[in-house]
Design a protein around this ligand. Structure first.
Ligand code: ASP
Length: 434
């Protein structure tokens, strides 16, 4: 059995839903369908999920949500009409209006809920409400055990199932959503629960590209990569798939196939436990992140000072901050944070670190961009770092920081933000010459 998750653009118009129908009907093992809420139909259009959040806010501030809800209703009415379905969405919209103020999570979840009802009707599959099978614990954490048992029961439904993505239920029956883009996680949970042969994640691109297409025009495609490589790349900004989608699948080794609803013949990108059967380039991808904050400390004889690192990190912990990387030297230590620090907090942290470890100097750098070069083959191939640094040298980029993960699967370089695009371009052309 295959689990197929369709994203917002696949749900956006009657024509795209027809594409979905063709994809499902072209393969009888595609029996489990997970859907997102309808997304943008064109540039500048609103996503249904955003309209639902707007409806929640409208209701809170004005006591009614007529404006946003009527827009949502007309979007669904048009879909139903264009698909030629005999379905009246009005009672569902009334129910949403009645319960809208319950929580933003309830409001947001209704886009997937309605899309699920529509798609089940189109396919003639059974609609299963995610609230009945995706469970969270009292503390809000995902309840994998109960969920797996409930999802496993779906295996007995042979006619096909449609499940809305993005949400589940807490023990008190209220709705809780995953973070944005979370229908990907639902798809992964279903794939795990039914022991799927593969998790197909259908979107509007042909899979992962080697690097950011806003930096490199038409970059090469990644054919296959491992869960770990994906984790590194998506953490650093590659955003085709929600990064948390990997966790449910890893233990069972279920592969993910990113596919394009609008180019169904394209094989897409495979994400696997082990990609050694594939003939792959040494570098899998280049991803980057701007807007980081780096705190750099220098102190003579730092290497002999017991507990130095712990004391620095304890300051961050007390202030509720997690660090991204800690590149170190003998007498230097940098802590890279994502840029969530306001001026006041930054000053507090600097003062506290001074008090704890009395460094010779402490400097806060705001304009550092991080670029991760990720690749399975790096650990056993000589000269990768040399090539990266030579490329940056020739491009006239000053490297401010270097960090090689202990997995030896990535090298991260920190460069000034104004050198970001130039750096990615130089590294890309070094490893991916035409
Ligand atoms: N509809 C939700 C969002 O826009 C979840 C999803 O599409 O995966 O974030």
């Amino acid at each position: 059995m295959k689990v197929c998750k369709f994203g917002g653009t696949s749900m956006a118009t009657a024509a795209s839903i027809r594409q979905v129908q063709d994809i499902i009907q072209s393969d009888p093992s595609r029996k489990f369908v997970v859907v997102s809420a309808p997304g943008k139909r064109f540039k500048g259009d609103a996503k249904i999920t955003d309209l639902l959040y707007a409806a929640f806010n409208e209701k809170k501030s004005l006591g009614t949500a007529k404006n946003a809800l009527s827009e949502i209703k007309s979007r669904f009415d048009a879909l139903i009409k264009d698909l030629g379905l005999d379905l009246d969405i009005s009672p569902y919209i009334e129910d949403i209006e009645t319960n809208l103020a319950l929580s933003p999570d309830f409001a947001a979840s209704r886009g997937e809920y309605l899309a699920g009802i529509v798609v089940a009707e189109v396919l003639g599959f059974k609609f299963v409400d995610a609230g009945e099978i995706i469970k969270f614990k009292h503390d809000g954490g995902f309840d994998a055990e109960s969920t797996n048992d409930l999802v496993a029961e779906l295996k007995s439904i042979t006619t096909g199932v449609v499940i809305p993505g993005f949400y589940g239920r807490l023990p008190d029956k209220s709705i809780k959503t995953f973070s944005r883009g979370g229908s990907d996680i639902t798809g992964a949970i279903i794939a795990r629960g039914i022991d799927a042969e593969i998790y197909e994640n259908w979107t509007d691109v042909n899979g992962f590209m080697v690097t950011d297409p806003t930096v490199i025009e038409n970059p090469k495609q990644i054919t296959a990569l491992t869960y770990e490589e994906l984790r590194e790349l998506s953490y650093m900004g590659a955003s085709v798939l929600h990064p948390d989608s990997i966790f449910p699948l890893k233990g069972k080794g279920i592969s993910i196939n990113i596919r394009n609803t609008f180019a169904p013949e394209h094989p897409g990108t495979l994400i696997l436990k082990d990609a050694s059967d594939f003939d792959r380039p040494i570098i899998t991808g280049i991803a980057g992140k701007t807007g980081n904050t780096t705190i750099t400390l220098k102190k003579s004889m730092m290497n002999t000072e017991l507990g130095f690192g712990r004391r620095v990190l304890s300051v961050l912990e007390r202030n509720g901050l997690s660090f991204e990387h800690i590149p170190t030297g003998i007498d230097t230590m940098s802590v890279v944070l994502d840029n969530s620090l306001n001026e006041q907090l930054e000053k507090k942290i600097v003062d506290e670190i001074r008090g704890k470890v009395n460094p010779d100097t402490i400097e806060v750098i705001h304009n550092l961009a991080l670029i991760a070069i990720v690749g399975h083959g790096m650990a056993n191939t000589m000269g990768i770092a040399a090539k990266i640094f030579t490329a940056l040298f020739h491009a006239g980029v000053n490297i401010r920081m270097i960090d090689q993960g202990s997995s030896e699967m990535n090298i991260i370089v920190g460069v000034e933000e104004h050198d970001y695009k130039k750096s990615i371009t130089a590294i890309y052309h070094t490893f991916f010459k035409e």
